[in-house]
Ligand binder design. Sequence first.
Ligand code: NZQ
Ligand code: ZN
Length: 379
Amino acid sequence: MENFLAYNPTKLHFGKDVTDTLGKAIEKFGKRVLLVYGGGSIKKNGIYDKMISQLKSIDAGIFEYHGIKPNPVYEDVDAAAKLGRDNNVDVILAVGGGSVIDSAKIISITIPVENSSWDFYNGKAEPKSAIPLISVLTIAATGTEMNPYAVLQNNKTKEKHGWGNKLLFNKHSFLDPQFTFSVPRDQTAYGIVDLIAHCLEAYFGGGEATLSDRFVFSIINEAIEYGQKLLNNPENYELRAKIMYAATAALNGLTLNGRKSGDWGVHSIGHELSLLYDIPHGASLSIAYPAWMKYFSNIIPERIMELGKNVFNTDTTEKTISAFESFFKSLDCPVRCPEIGIIEDKKSEIIKNMTANNVSGANHKMTEKDHIKIVELLF
Ligand code: NZQ
Ligand code: ZN
């Protein structure tokens, strides 16, 4: 087992009606609030009204930035940071999924500096401080609610990267599974794939950490046992709660302790597909993971077999990879690029961008020759 530092300062409020105390949590940081949200789902499902009533209960001054896109771009972060800076906000309230919360994390460190938010991603700026951030999660998927990472996209330079800093932890995250009842079927499925992928990125990371491996198996087993049931019963509280907690546990440090690092090679392949063809994050992973495992099955057969034994009771690499594919298909997620509209002609474009962005895992390295072979397996 590797040495590790476990640090997670986020207060997680989980369960029915937890946002009834949201106003009190916000008030401790001040009354000038930057409210950040996405394309409007929170207006349709009533969450927006609940947020406004909490903010009114503390006489908050509200400055709204909305329209954060799935696969968020740094320009929105810069514009929201300007709004927050010009109005001297005390606290940020992010209401939405990974795209909104990741954007809010970077808004929180961009407000105190003069730089563009992308400067944190290309190494031109270091964060100095962060405006306190409180999040209300509305979709179970990324784990951003309890981790220090944020993923942003730059369409000009054709890059989409994750980046981490301890200043990015939320002060509070509120998770009410009822808020996820309205998540559409496809997005629910993508969230299940994403949480499984986070477990796998940890599992295929460096070092030996048997207890962390067992956490990985348990979380994946939870997703497999309840994922399909949830798709058939989208307003079942218990099922929504199980998947929501699984998604948080999949990327809040628990599965990484004792390892050198996670791998993250599959995420970096997936980010290329999302960046180039604007496909949802989870869909990029249901395509990329089977391909990656096939490619690496000769190099790490024991590791893949151990995973299969513990989650699908399989005894070969082929059966394990095929079981993952079948599970993703059972959720109606794509497992090959053409299923989501990315045609064969795009192969060379994908390879070119992968190589330009040095797509690789931290543990299992990839270079251009690997990109070429892996891209074949995506189709
Ligand atoms: O924008 P709105 O209108 O809110 O609609 C969203 C969006 O269209 C909708 N939605 C969210 N909650 C809903 C809802 N619709 C109805 N009812 C609700 N309750 O769902 C769509 C997807 O939302 P998004 O936030 O994009 O999804 P997700 O949470 O999967 O976030 C994806 C982003 O997170 C990054 C991804 O790369 C991607 O950019 N990731 C962040 C990570 C992190 N910070 O740790 C790790 C992940 O691996 C991931 O890379
Ligand atoms: Zn992910």
